[in-house]
Ligand binder design. Structure first.
Ligand code: 5RP
Length: 217
């Protein structure tokens, strides 16, 4: 099976989690994009979705799903999104697509976070994928120096501006032994908007496609 076929398969497996859910949270990325395409068949049952990025908003509208403001809908029942790395504890690294801050907000505001991914995303320890950090532009160099002190090698994602008009640092070489502690430490650096570690609020359910199988963590 190709990676796209695996992504499609796991996206399909997430559909059972949106039964009788009028408003769903929708993430960003190629796996989630397959899920959005599939939502077209369910639009009669869906009141709307809360979107994690401008790109996802466009895609949702294209398939006929109204996009709602999180401030108007309160707590969400379900949030569906992909990940860049997944640990056995359902801690995640996210933000490869640069949408980590809004993704974190939706995850925080959701009762159930269902993460969908192909098997290549599963790791024993987080950190091989460069950790994305959204920063206020004027703090970029300062935050980079702080990340060097933590043992990382930050790289500015040049020519990229987030939907919130901020910058992204991708930090390589971090050995993330304690993801919760690392998330707290990075959150405490002045100028950090959000770090792409989802450990304090991990996924509740992880669906992984491996060959023909869907594994639920
Ligand atoms: C975007 C994300 C994505 O969920 C993550 O990058 C995975 O993307 P894909 O499904 O394309 O592999 O966090 O900010």
């Amino acid at each position: 099976m190709t990676q796209d076929e695996l992504k499609k398969k796991v996206a399909e497996a997430a559909l059972k989690y949106i039964k009788d859910v009028p408003v769903i949270g929708v993430g960003t990325g190629s796996t989630t994009n397959f899920f959005i395409e599939m939502l077209a068949d369910y639009k009669a049952d869906i009141e709307g979705a809360v979107s994690s990025s401008v790109g996802t908003t466009e895609r949702l509208k294209k398939v006929g799903i109204p996009v709602l403001d999180l401030n108007d809908v309160g707590t969400l029942e379900v949030y569906i999104d992909g990940a860049d790395e997944i640990s056995p504890h359902k801690h995640l690294v996210k933000g490869g697509g640069g949408a980590l801050t809004r993704e974190k907000i939706i995850a925080a505001a959701s009762k159930k976070f269902v993460c969908i991914a192909d098997g290549s995303k599963c790791v024993e320890r987080l950190g091989a994928f460069p950790l994305p950090i959204e920063v206020i532009p004027m703090a970029r160099s300062y935050v980079a120096r702080e990340m060097v002190k933590l043992g990382g090698q930050p790289v500015w994602r040049e020519n990229f501006v987030t939907d919130n008009h901020n910058h992204i640092l991708d930090v390589r070489n971090l050995d993330i032994l304690d993801p919760i502690k690392m998330e707290q430490t990075v959150n405490n650096i002045t100028g950090v908007v959000a770090v792409g570690l989802f450990a304090m609020r991990p996924a509740d359910i992880v669906l992984v496609s491996k060959g023909e199988e869907i594994i639920t963590l």
